[in-house]
Write a protein that binds this ligand. Sequence first.
Ligand code: 5AD
Ligand code: SF4
Length: 463
Amino acid sequence: MKNIRPLTGNADSKKVYIETYGCQMNVNDSEVILSILQDDGYVLTDNMGEADLILANTCSIRDNAEQRVWGRIEQFRLQKNRRPGVLVGIVGCMAERLKDGLLDSGAVDIVAGPDSYRSLPELLAAVTPDSPQMNVTLSHEETYGDITPVRMDRNGVSAYISIMRGCNNVCSYCIVPYTRGVERSRDPQTILREAEELFANGYREVSLLGQNVDSYLWKGPEGQTDFATLLAMVAQVSPELRVRFSTSHPKDISDEVIYTMAGYDNICRHIHLPVQSGSNAMLEKMRRKYTREWYLERVEKIRSVMPDCALTTDIIAGFCGETRQDHLDTLSLMEEVRFDYAFMFQYSERPGTLAARKYPDDVPPEVKTARLNEIIALQNRHSLESNEKDVGKTFRVLVEGVSKRNPGELYGRTSGNKVCVFPAQGHKAGDFVEVKVLSCTSATLISECVSGQKIVDLWQQEQ
Ligand code: 5AD
Ligand code: SF4
């Protein structure tokens, strides 16, 4: 395991085990949590059975995400029964949403929301079997900007950098504004420093994360920094550092961001642009603040500037009042855009959201499932077609590691975020390699390396 900062533990250190659910943002938050706990004398363990502290960093976006964690809490309870003294903490979005509802389970000692991670050492110092501890205060300022996350990734090649927290959009279906609070941007200098440090430590790709990166805005004494400016600043760290970002909002993605991407080869040609629905009636009810026509215009703009830019999306099937015609509008939008990849979900009502308060969740579950299946089938066809178009082409791929299926093969990603596998030829994680695509599945480009064996390796073989 590669860490930017060395693990500081010794034989007496307390051990923390962390499970992460939900989005990339949560993966990065777990790295911030580990940094805070490391300073408090903890070391990370992969083995729940030897942990003094078990943490689950949770997600509330759909009911099934929460159900999974409730199942895990029962496993954690078994650990507590077997090994008295073990502490269990539930942190993140579910902690923020359910608050003391989690303590009622009797298996949870600590509850901490997304803005309370700095208080974890205090909560841990105060906790006793009879007095569980909770901090779910949301903040208008917290960005953890000064904390260097302890990387938990296994490849040491690509890392997440959180550039903002919270969300000011009120999409009617979404719990995030309630669990993560108001939007705030992080000081660009701390972002830049983190990117430079990662590059110096061998990382070759950073993903800038925010719920809505297009509304990133930092106001400092030296003036304002918007997302396009930040993107250019990070791209200038090194031409050998790839830059990705997520998530873009169709109502906010600006021409400046599109032109900035086009201006730098190392900003990856990929935009994740969640559409949610192809029906104007649904978009209005979802409070997305754009129309189908606006969305299609943004796609056209992106493709006119960067014809090779990959586009991915999120789609919700069966939102409140969705008719067969609304659903067909989603399918026809998918046909028009032909996304390279999509994350597809059934609508799941979240208590307290605008939709839960205002609109009945009236699409029957079997209809939701049938519509989702149609959406998935269409997307699978489009993903396969998109990959088939790449057969015969060459791509610059950043090697991430050895393929899980075949130890003789490496895998990496193209600028458009497609996974390539190819026979290893002396390359290693962190190398950039030219590959030619020989064939594909809907998920993978099967390739060969055309940049040749690394000269140093040929030389070593000859010795
Ligand atoms: N039900 C189903 N999917 C949802 N998403 C957000 N809220 C819900 C919900 N209540 C999806 C959206 C979002 C992605 C992260 O999760 O598509 O873009
Ligand atoms: Fe991430 Fe949203 Fe899940 Fe929170 S609710 S972990 S912000 S996906």
